[in-house]
Design a binder for this molecule. Structure first.
Ligand SMILES: Cc1cc2nc3c(=O)[nH]c(=O)nc-3n(C[C@H](O)[C@H](O)[C@H](O)COP(=O)(O)OP(=O)(O)OC[C@H]3O[C@@H](n4cnc5c(N)ncnc54)[C@H](O)[C@@H]3O)c2cc1C
Length: 443
């Protein structure tokens, strides 16, 4: 048994981008670090859409947290869901023993770093989630993959059994980076990857519709780039609808502005709400539940409790909030780890300053946009930059190699190697009640 006595104890909630970086920064330093996550793996969320669209397999974009941190002798990883806090007693409650109230379910800390992230929100219509899944976890990606592939399987089966051949259509709601990436990749599956494998239906006729409530997609990018992205999507056959608010989601159809539109599957890529743990800290939050942190990222009245990443609301010098992106979570983690080390050395804490290293979104083969400072890229060069950056940041050497091979394979063959429908396919029928939405037959 290692002796942690005398060392300040740092508890980190979340093994995402923020939590992992904080742990690494405190690794092999004079602290006892405990990282708690409800999953045993770190997920590289920027590539989730590629799992959802059958380019990559789950294991290629996720790594066990215990493995990532194994070389740090002072870090213990615990699998568990944090449910509450007692900040006065410096305790974190986990769901280890739900029947019991005693403190065996509590982990005590000297410092607490909360990095539990955010998820998509349905603006008060949580019942839409079953019909229009969002993309945040590996499970979400697999569910979306199941539905996408099942739509085509069902259509082929119906074409054989009944001769009914009606159009397939996919609706993607939200024209931010995730919606754009999904729309481009879904179009790619339908137009290329599946086209030769289905004999009775013409998968290339599938409609892919992207709905955005604002007047342009990718509104966080420069306007010329969002126009280029729209054009690139349209070149792939995606129908982009702007100023289009989704007001209702029902089985087999959605209400956009005042028009009902039939769709075989709906994917949700808009709205964000911070982890509910933020509210349990008792600190002020904004309307999506992000905690309003102090300049050193601690929370009011508790200098030893920090909130970072997608859960934290911090303003940049220009008055806009720091965006919910991986580099922001990583930079916040670095500031917090340094502040904890500074505390021990009796030094003054640092104020968090976000350094924007640029943003990019991919649309499809040879198609992407990137904005790095004043440099604006689109097309092939932006796409290559996107590939390179994502390979560099993906965790694990084996994953990097494996993903690179998959990408090269997919580029030259246009094949999607992870086209598996897992679980009970017939169960999916419940989700596709509208069975008229079937594709045009080839012959
Ligand atoms: C589909 C998608 C695509 C994205 N693409 C990009 C991109 O291209 N570039 C980019 O920069 N950013 C991208 N982002 C955003 C980026 O992933 C987030 O900003 C980043 O993950 C935030 O890091 P975080 O540490 O705050 O939270 P996360 O990385 O989300 O980690 C939170 C962790 O906390 C754990 N957790 C949550 N609640 C609990 C609990 N109660 N108890 C225990 N553990 C808990 C979770 O299991 C998770 O491991 C994308 C996000 C999504 C969803």
């Amino acid at each position: 048994m290692r002796n942690f006595k005398e060392k300040p104890k740092v508890v980190i909630i979340g093994g995402g981008f923020g939590g992992l970086e904080a742990a690494k920064r405190l690794g092999n330093k004079p602290f006892e670090v405990i990282l708690i996550d409800r999953k045993n793996h770190h997920t590289f969320q920027p590539l989730l859409y590629q799992v959802a669209t059958a380019v990559l397999s789950p294991g290629e974009i996720a790594s066990p947290i215990r493995r990532i941190l194994h070389r740090y002798k002072n870090i213990e990883v615990i699998l568990g869901e944090v449910t509450d806090f007692d900040l006065n007693r410096k305790a974190v409650k986990i769901n280890a023993c739900p029947e019991s109230d005693d403190n065996r379910c509590e982990i005590f800390f000297d410092y607490l770093i909360v990095a539990a992230g955010a998820k998509h929100s349905y603006f008060g219509h949580e019942d839409w989630e079953e019909l229009a899944p969002g993309l945040k976890t590996l499970e979400d990606a697999l569910e979306i993959r199941r539905r996408l592939l099942f739509v085509f399987e069902l259509a082929e089966r119906e074409a054989l059994l009944t001769g009914i051949q009606k159009p397939i259509s996919f609706a993607i709601i939200g024209g931010g980076p995730t919606g754009v990436e999904l729309a481009g990749a879904v179009a790619g599956i339908a137009r290329r990857a599946l086209a030769k494998d289905f004999k009775l239906i013409d998968t290339t006729k599938a409609r892919v519709m992207l709905f955005e409530g604002a007047s342009r997609i990718l509104s966080s990018f420069d306007e010329t780039l969002s126009q280029k992205a729209k054009k690139q999507l349209e070149d792939l056959g995606v129908e982009v609808y702007l100023n289009s608010f989704v007001k209702a989601v029902e089985r087999g159809r959605i209400l956009v502005n005042d028009e009902w539109i039939e769709c075989s599957a709906v994917l949700w890529a808009t709205g964000v709400s911070a982890s509910p743990l933020g509210k349990k800290l008792g600190a002020p939050t904004d309307k999506v539940g992000r905690v309003l942190v102090n300049p050193d990222l601690s929370i009011p009245d508790h200098k030893n409790v920090f909130v970072i990443g997608d859960m934290a609301f911090v303003k940049m010098d220009n008055g806009n909030p720091v965006p919910g992106v991986a580099p922001a979570a990583i930079q916040m983690a670095q500031t917090v780890a340094e502040n904890i080390i500074r505390d021990q050395k009796g030094k003054e804490r640092k104020v968090f300053k976000y350094v924007d290293k640029g943003s990019m979104a991919t649309i499809g083969r040879n198609k992407a946009i990137a904005e790095i400072g004043r440099i604006k890229l689109s097309g092939l060069i932006a796409w290559l930059t996107w590939l390179f950056v994502h390979l560099i940041f993906l965790i694990g050497f084996r994953n990097k190699v494996s993903v690179m091979i998959e990408w090269i394979w997919a580029y030259f063959t246009r094949e999607r190697s992870a086209r598996l429908i897992t679980g009970d396919a017939e169960e999916l029928l419940k989700t596709f009640a509208s069975r008229q939405n079937l594709p045009t037959a080839k012959r």
